[in-house]
Design a protein around this ligand. Structure first.
Ligand SMILES: Cc1cc2nc3c(=O)[nH]c(=O)nc-3n(C[C@H](O)[C@H](O)[C@H](O)COP(=O)(O)OP(=O)(O)OC[C@H]3O[C@@H](n4cnc5c(N)ncnc54)[C@H](O)[C@@H]3O)c2cc1C
Length: 357
């Protein structure tokens, strides 16, 4: 969305980007955890999309990395192993244990699903983490003089006579056009030409847990840090996938104690509890994905309730239709698809990125 705003701004239109958060990045913004200032806040991925990858590499100069060090974690003969996602036998076994009715009659189904999981081994990620991507976008936004209203919430929207009246905190703004995307939380007071807009949206809970383990030996820390990038678990597991975050932290940022930090995405709709946290940690420890530890402190754990996506396509389309396109919409629920769709129109932004920023 911010890339679209930059492009619009560069086309000589007057643009203001409003965000109730005090830092840019939306769902991708960073958190402070265990004294690491800018840490990834969730398990992210860029689903396969060549147009998106091209835009990020060619124009934003972000190096992307494929699925090396990505594994399926599966039980085999009562032990848990990490199998490379690219390996065809790993894929067959992963698909086999994921189906409910395990019979040979299901073989065609398993083979078919191998191709659907191929998204996993074809997705990419910024090689230096998402901080580089967010920082790059922030720099381009600043260099292009995009106006920001950060830390300010849209409290009400009224569309009347081809104008949009937006109450941002206590201040009223009038504009010819408003652009919203999937991550927008519509205010309670929302009227288009006298009609009250009620959006129910979707609330789907995807909890995540950051786990830090202090390690005093550099050798042991390096072993874990280089072991994996992402691990995917079978359907019946409490954890969906985990991401190694220490791979994106500079060694120089550590003092005597090294921090091995992972973030685990837990199964949909699982709520925070001591029991769930214990179960997640135990699974990762027995899988040798985090070091065993008896002295993890409360501050070494950080649980987030994440709801995604809030708005549905049909909600956005309804708002766009009733407002006669005065409220323009962007499909951003899947980042790589969104970048691929909209980057086709980012003529001014692409030209601007060619400058030595
Ligand atoms: C934790 C999380 C992880 C995700 N990971 C991935 C991923 O790995 N890959 C992927 O493809 N997609 C992912 N998604 C989906 C995500 O929706 C997109 O990646 C993308 O971030 C959507 O962009 P957006 O600008 O529409 O929304 P967001 O990135 O959610 O940003 C919306 C921004 O609008 C602000 N805002 C909302 N309502 C108001 C209001 N009323 N007034 C003022 N400001 C407001 C919020 O503060 C926020 O900063 C993730 C979503 C979440 C929540």
């Amino acid at each position: 969305m911010i890339l679209d705003a930059i492009n619009y701004n560069l086309s000589n239109k007057s643009v203001i980007m409003i965000d109730k958060s005090d830092q840019i990045g939306g769902a991708w913004k960073h958190i402070k955890f265990c004294n690491v200032d800018k840490l990834e806040n969730a398990v992210h991925y860029l689903l396969p999309n060549e147009e998106c990858y091209y835009f990020l590499e060619e124009f934003l100069k972000i190096k992307l990395r494929g699925s090396d060090k990505k594994f399926f974690n599966m039980r085999f003969l009562n032990f848990r192993f990490n199998f490379p996602v690219k390996n065809i036998f790993s894929k067959i076994y992963f698909n086999f244990i994921n189906i409910n009715n395990k019979s040979l009659l299901n073989l065609p189904f398993i083979i078919k699903s191998i191709f659907s999981t191929s998204k996993i081994d074809k997705s990419k990620y910024p090689a230096n983490g998402s901080l580089e991507l967010i920082s790059r976008i922030k720099k381009i936004a600043e260099e292009s003089n995009l106006n920001f209203l950060m830390g300010k919430e849209i409290k009400s929207i009224k569309v009347l006579d081809n104008k949009v009246y937006i109450l941002v905190n206590e201040e009223l703004y009038t504009t010819d056009e408003l652009i919203i995307s999937h991550g927008f939380l519509p205010p309670k007071q929302f009227h288009i030409n006298g009609q009250e807009i009620k959006i129910r949206g979707l609330k789907s809970l995807r909890g995540s847990l950051h786990i830090n383990t202090q390690i005093s030996s550099f050798k042991k820390f390096r072993k874990f840090k280089n072991k994996f990038s992402q691990i995917i678990f079978p359907k019946d597991s409490i954890v969906k996938y985990i991401h190694n975050l220490s791979q994106f932290i500079n060694d120089k940022d550590f003092s005597k104690n090294y921090k091995f930090i992972v973030v685990a995405a837990v199964k949909n709709e699982v709520k925070k509890s001591e029991e769930v946290i214990r179960e997640v940690i135990k699974l990762l420890e027995v899988s040798r994905l985090i070091p065993k530890s008896n002295n993890r402190r409360r501050e070494d754990l950080f649980w987030q309730d994440i709801y995604l996506p809030i708005l549905l396509n049909k909600d956005l389309e309804k708002i766009n239709k009733i407002s006669n396109n005065i409220i323009r919409i962007m499909y951003t629920d899947e980042l790589s698809k969104g970048i691929a769709i909209y980057s086709k129109n980012w003529k001014f932004l692409k030209e601007f990125c060619k400058k030595d920023l």
